[in-house]
Design a protein around this ligand. Structure first.
Ligand SMILES: [Zn+2]
Length: 642
């Protein structure tokens, strides 16, 4: 357990103060180590060895660094998006999380220091830093185009990178740099400042975390101002209306999650942060109310959000088309981070359930097995004949995007993944995400977890303690799990899940706890108002949503002609950990050739019958689709007529 010996006060991405109105405490970042043999640890390893170096290379190749190297009057054009600075900051945050674990440097420290130096030379004397506005806009444009400028959005990512660097012990230069900018923002927009907000939330959550690190209350007060000012028409309505910016109603009065999906979930992350640090119950209640709006009728089965390409928006209740799903990776990441804040604030299992769902589906799908190709939008159905040439809805993961928000966002999330596994409170430890890992909190309470989860239903734990005092180990029983058993040293326990957790209390001294979360393959239906998938079912097992992919069909079979025979039980096919598809599902279906090939035949003609051919179907985890021969895929499968 060497990692525990060098465990320091390194903190994870969210660290409420002692005075915060919070239910659960995050563990120090180094209190959890994901074992590389497990799926989560494997993702984190791949992130460090492939995704992170790839992001660093792309910052150079794509011009994001060149943008920051420009000097006044040098005439070099800006390359890429006007908010490309944020790609640099997110990558720096990812480097910081990697270095915080002490698991190998690989030149990353040098890269980090060079990037810090670049920012030092780019920053204005008054603290302002935005490569696009400094060189492409006249001076008087600064802060005057907040609806679309992303100046405060970029500042937020800079601050988060600096906070992560501080936790990692490498922020001696970056934290003061970020504070100079934050102080300028407090002067300009704080309680005594301009009555204005940024079109893209992000600064709110960042300022709260900076307050948590520095104890400097004006950062928190400024974050609160930004949240209180929203919904008062301070932003222009633009082409998509005020709801696009969540500026149509004050947060406390809003009843529907709406507008641009990433903006909505980023805003709500900041709302929870401000609520817990100021003890504002109405603000927390608003976040929980909007969570219900989002998760009761506006969430894909993969945990993703956003059904509209046009404005990257959430859409109406039950507007969840699988083929035109936008489901941006950043919205899935933002949802994960927001749910984590709600979990810490309330301890409610529903938030951990959603973290798990979106992590294994809506987030995991975005990265290819090589760690160097990514989805921006994550459809649940790629049609046969899809025009996937444009990057708006590509048919394959791409190595980078002109709007490159998602890949470095993945890098910073996966780089800090261990922070989200478990929490503590006065009663003991709570395990929320299962994966092979070693956990030890500040009180010497430790759990070693050995499991093939989510491929396998068994989670084995060895529980020890430095003290002889009894404490409670709380184990989450996921919402999808209908049957579970718990054994302690082989003895079955009469344990019920209360509020989503089974709780075991004793003076732990090396007992073995075996949790079995029964995960048979299952069929999932959608609410009938989700018209787009009416008459379809999805296949799932444990936390994983499955999909049928063209790679497993005979070449002449059109995926859209395949229907599922729900009368035949599904089989679980274990191919072993080293397979591209470790666990597949096998099902029976039919290939349907309709009676008429007309686009709109008469109802009578269509109902007159079709020629069916039986077929054995293989379903693969949704997050792994597109890693073999590229081709069509679908999650929702039409049910065969009996
Ligand atoms: Zn994105």
């Amino acid at each position: 357990m060497t990692m525990l010996e060098h465990a320091t006060a390194a903190r994870g991405p969210v660290q409420p103060t002692d005075g915060a109105r919070s239910t659960l405490d995050p563990l120090p970042l180094n209190a959890v180590r994901l074992r590389p043999a497990g799926l989560l640890g494997r993702w984190q390893d791949r992130n460090a060895t492939e995704t992170l170096p790839h992001c660093v290379d792309q910052l150079e190749a794509d011009g994001a660094l060149a943008n920051l190297r420009r000097t006044p009057g040098d005439g070099t054009p800006h390359r890429g998006m006007w908010f490309s600075d944020s790609d640099v900051y997110k990558t720096m945050e990812a480097i910081a999380w990697r270095l915080a674990t002490g698991d190998g440097d690989n030149g990353l420290r040098e890269t980090f220091d060079a990037l810090t130096g670049l920012l030092e030379s780019a920053q204005e004397a008054d603290g302002y830093l935005d490569s696009f506005y400094q060189h492409n806009k006249p001076d008087h444009a600064r802060w005057r185009e907040l609806a679309g400028s992303h100046e405060l959005y970029c500042a937020g990512h800079l601050i988060q990178a600096a906070v992560a660097a501080n936790h990692a012990g490498i922020g001696a230069r970056l934290l003061p740099l970020a504070r100079r900018f934050a102080d300028l923002i407090v002067d300009k927009f704080g309680p005594q400042g301009d009555n204005a907000v940024c079109g893209h939330p992000e600064i709110e959550t960042a300022l709260v975390e900076l307050f948590r690190v520095t104890g400097y209350r004006p950062y928190l007060e400024t974050a609160r101002c930004f949240i209180d000012r929203r919904g008062h028409g301070l932003l222009p309505t633009g082409a998509f209306g005020a709801g696009y910016f969540q500026d149509h109603l004050p947060v406390r009065e809003a009843t529907e999650a709406t507008g641009h999906a990433v903006r909505q979930v980023y805003l709500l992350a900041g709302v929870v942060d401000v609520a817990v640090e100021t003890g504002d119950e109405t603000l927390l209640a608003a976040a929980e109310r909007l969570w219900e709006s989002l998760f009761e009728s506006k969430t894909y089965i993969t945990g993703a959000h956003g059904s509209r390409h046009r404005d990257e928006a959430i859409g109406d209740p039950y507007e969840l088309p699988p083929d035109r799903a936008y489901a941006e990776t950043c919205a899935a990441i933002g949802s994960f981070q927001w749910n984590w804040r709600l979990l810490l604030a309330t301890g409610k299992h529903r938030y951990a359930d959603e973290m798990e769902r979106v992590l294994y589906n809506g987030i995991a799908v975005a990265t290819a097995l090589d760690g160097r190709h990514f989805f921006y939008s994550n459809p649940l159905h790629l049609r046969t004949g899809h025009d996937g040439s444009g990057e708006d809805a590509p048919s394959q993961r791409l190595s980078w995007y002109s709007c490159a928000c998602c890949p470095p966002n993945l890098a910073r999330l996966v780089g800090s993944l261990q922070a989200y596994v478990a929490t503590s409170d006065a009663s003991g430890l709570q395990i929320h995400l299962y994966g092979s890992s070693d956990i030890e909190d500040d009180h010497g309470r430790s759990v070693e977890i050995e499991t093939r989860y989510p491929w396998d239903a068994d989670v084995s734990m060895t529980v020890t303690s430095r003290s002889a005092q009894p404490w409670t180990l709380a184990l989450r029983v996921p919402g999808w799990c209908d049957a579970f058993t718990v054994r302690v040293d082989g003895q079955f326990m009469e344990a019920a899940a209360v509020d989503g957790y089974v709780r075991l209390t004793r003076a732990w001294s090396g007992e073995r706890v075996d949790l079995h979360l029964a995960m048979p393959a299952r069929l999932v239906a959608a609410h009938p108002r989700v018209d787009a998938v009416r008459g379809c079912v999805a296949l799932a097992r444990g936390p994983l949503v499955y999909s049928v992919e063209h790679a497993d069909l005979r070449g002449d079979v059109v995926l859209e002609d395949v229907v599922l025979d729900t009368g035949v039980p599904l089989n679980v096919v274990d191919n072993g950990e080293e397979s591209v598809i470790p666990v597949a599902l096998s099902a029976v279906g039919r290939i349907v050739k309709p009676a008429s090939s007309a686009l709109y035949p008469s109802y009578e003609q269509a109902a007159s019958g079709s020629a069916d051919t039986p077929i054995t179907l293989t379903a693969v985890p949704y997050f792994l689709w597109g890693n073999r021969t590229p081709g069509p895929m679908r999650v929702w499968i039409p049910v065969a007529a009996r």
